[in-house]
Design a protein around this ligand. Structure first.
Ligand code: ATP
Length: 630
């Protein structure tokens, strides 16, 4: 069935939003004692909080550090379940039991995580291609959906403008926020969570974003967001307000009744005061209770009272005595519950994929290619570096003679230089996964793609332009300038050897890149093993004379395998001359303990391939292990 633009938008509007309820949620975090050791002090950041969020605008407000984001993360199912000490979450009266919760909800995080080199439309198309089922949505329908979202968010004017990177000025902050919301709206969620959607935006842009959310809520969606000190015009858009302080709720009810509630418990709001400033002043103690305040019942003294978290603060206790709390308890009584909650949140965190592995591989690869074409600095740098070093090595070792001692000294020296160049010249590979770590965590946890599809697409999009093409240039120039064995087979084996050396080093850099978050740590972790491998490569130290308990390191040295293979390829069958005496190349290899049989050569290539596969497998495992919880 063909869909028109308007029909598509109508489909998005008719989705009714669910009612989300949560009961007795308590959440604890454990501080980290040292750099690596966890297990310090336990801190309760949410204590026994309950609430009901219905279709409409549901705001969670409070001073900084009051637990707004934590509550949002927990009820959206994105907070690490190990910290959850109790509580249940219900959607439309039924306890949340599996990943369907994530499928029908969207979470817009505070930071805008988008691909900077792509335009707004391309980012939205990426989301649509991977998050809408292939069978039901063909490409034309997905395009219509993207157009519908662009229209709904008022992004028509900047639809084809790039998001922007550190080097490229892109769209404005407000447009970025709209685009981030659009990335989530693509799946037509009926429940939308937003963490501080107005932070970092100027007053007008913040207003526009909140108006947009208001419109979405009026189309039937349940919009739940945390917000920090909004202006009054924004406050008027709220339907339901949850006020938090130090991990506890001090008011949850209709937004327009909040001021009257605080007046009723003895806090007077001045006629022209912004209610939101008033609430925050009440929480911070700037506004004091009047003498004529109502008496707080016995609750605050009772041991069973739920508000012992901050005993000196009467606000939670007042709230627990209010009619709002009573009504909430009555509504929560009717909800069904099944099993322990922690397990359910855990199962909810597993993303479900609506597209096949190959489709994901194709879409992520296309994005990588666009990225590469629009941001080609690294690839150009690698090609220039490869060409420069190949000419340099060619000039230093130009047409190596067949007379000894230069014949051997220069050849072995050149091979050492070539291997060093392949290993250290590709250190840029450590940036592969670090650079996009946040994007990967964000997208993979939301079910855009499998880790395997992302991993393969990233690895190939790095290997082909940044490693293989520069390598082909490098080997062709250097081989013929140095005047090595003039036959095609030897040249081919030379290229294979340098390629495998390059691959092994790059794979090790990928492993480090997938394991750490920062370049500084990555550089240390990659430089150290490379230096060790270089020492045990057989050029700087004679490996036969080395202490036996240290010598084993040579078996994991990329340098040793690379140099041995290059040496066998060049010296085997070659004759050099010393004062009219001919000396076969094999003599040198015998002295060095290098096995130059056919298998002797290929075992080096196999070892390099094995190192590559091992490093790549561990890199993939490290990506799988990345913590996706908030
Ligand atoms: N993973 C964590 N580890 C340690 N402390 C945490 C963790 N998550 C939250 N906290 C602490 O819990 C408290 C509440 O944090 P939360 O981010 O929910 O507050 P917030 O109200 O959203 O604050 P802000 O408006 O500044 O974002 C803070 O004191 C914070 O330091």
């Amino acid at each position: 069935m063909e869909l028109t633009d308007t029909q598509d938008v109508v489909i998005q509007l008719n989705v009714p939003g669910p009612t989300l309820a949560f009961r007795n949620i308590s959440y604890t975090v454990t501080s980290t004692r040292t750099f690596l050791l966890k297990g310090g002090e336990e801190k309760e950041i949410l204590r026994d909080v309950s609430g009901i969020m219905k279709p409409g605008m549901n705001a969670i407000l409070g001073p900084t550090g009051s637990g707004k984001t934590s509550l949002l993360d927990v009820i959206a199912g994105w907070k690490d379940p190990r910290g959850l000490k109790g509580g249940q979450i219900f959607m439309d009266g039924k306890e949340v039991i599996d990943s369907r919760f994530h499928q029908c909800s969207a979470y817009v995080i505070q930071e805008d995580i988008l691909t900077g080199t792509l335009s707004v439309r391309e980012n939205l198309q990426f989301s649509a291609s991977l998050r809408l089922p292939q069978s039901r949505n063909n490409e034309a329908e997905k395009k219509l959906k993207v157009n519908g979202v662009i229209q709904e968010l008022g992004l028509q004017d900047c639809a084809d403008t790039k998001i922007g990177t550190e080097f490229l000025r892109g769209i404005s902050g407000g447009e970025k926020k709209r685009c981030s919301i659009g990335m989530e709206l693509i799946t037509s969620p009926s429940l939308i969570f937003l963490d501080e959607p107005t932070t970092g935006l100027d007053a007008n842009t913040a207003n526009a974003i909140m108006q947009l959310l208001h419109q979405l809520s009026r189309k039937g969606r349940t919009v739940i967001f945390s917000i920090h000190q909004p202006r009054h015009s924004i406050f008027r858009l709220f339907d339901h307000l949850t006020l938090m302080n130090k991990g506890e709720i001090i008011y949850a009810g209709p937004a327009e009744e909040a001021t009257a509630y605080f007046n009723s418990i003895g806090y007077q709001c001045e006629p022209f005061n912004n209610p939101l400033d008033f609430f925050l002043d009440v929480i911070s103690g700037e506004i004091l209770q009047s003498e004529s305040r109502p008496k707080l019942g016995e609750c605050i003294k009772m041991s069973s009272c739920r508000s012992s978290f901050s005993d000196k603060n009467p606000l939670p206790a007042y709230y627990h005595q209010s009619s709002y709390y009573e009504q909430l308890q009555d509504e929560l009584q009717d909800l069904q519950s099944f099993e322990s909650h922690t397990q359910k949140i855990l199962s909810a965190a597993k993303p479900t994929y609506v597209t096949s592995f190959f489709h994901q591989l194709y879409v992520v690869s296309c994005r990588n290619v666009k990225n590469l074409l629009r941001n080609p600095q690294t690839s150009i740098g690698q090609v220039l570096l490869g060409t420069f070093f190949s000419i340099l090595v060619g000039l230093i070792f130009y047409q190596i003679p067949d007379t000894l001692p230069e014949a051997l000294q220069n050849r072995v020296g050149a091979f050492f230089f070539l291997v060093i160049n392949q290993v250290f010249g590709n250190l840029s590979a450590v940036e592969l996964f670090i650079h996009e770590r946040k994007l990967f965590i964000h997208e993979s946890s939301r079910g855009y793609y499998r880790t395997s599809a992302y991993f393969l697409a990233k690895v190939f999009s790095d290997l082909v332009p940044n490693r293989i093409i520069p390598l082909l240039l490098f080997s062709s120039i250097s081989y013929f300038m140095m005047g090595l064995k003039p036959d095609a087979g030897s040249f081919f084996l030379y290229v294979i050897t340098l390629g495998l050396t390059n691959l092994a080093a790059v794979s090790m850099a990928f492993l480090v890149s997938a394991s750490v978050d920062t370049f500084a740590v990555a550089n240390i972790l990659i430089a150290l093993p490379f230096v060790f491998m270089m020492v045990f490569g057989g050029f700087l130290v004679n490996l036969n004379s080395m202490l036996s308990w240290l010598a084993w390191i040579k078996w994991i040295s990329i340098f040793k395998y690379g140099m041995d293979a290059l040496t066998i390829n060049e010296l085997k069958g070659r004759v050099f001359y010393l004062n009219f005496t001919s000396v076969p190349g094999e003599t040198y290899m015998q002295q060095q303990g290098i096995s130059y049989s056919i298998w002797g050569f290929w075992e080096n290539e196999v070892a390099l391939l094995c190192l590559t596969l091992v490093f790549l497998s561990f890199a993939y495992i490290q990506l799988l292990r990345v913590n996706r919880w908030k």
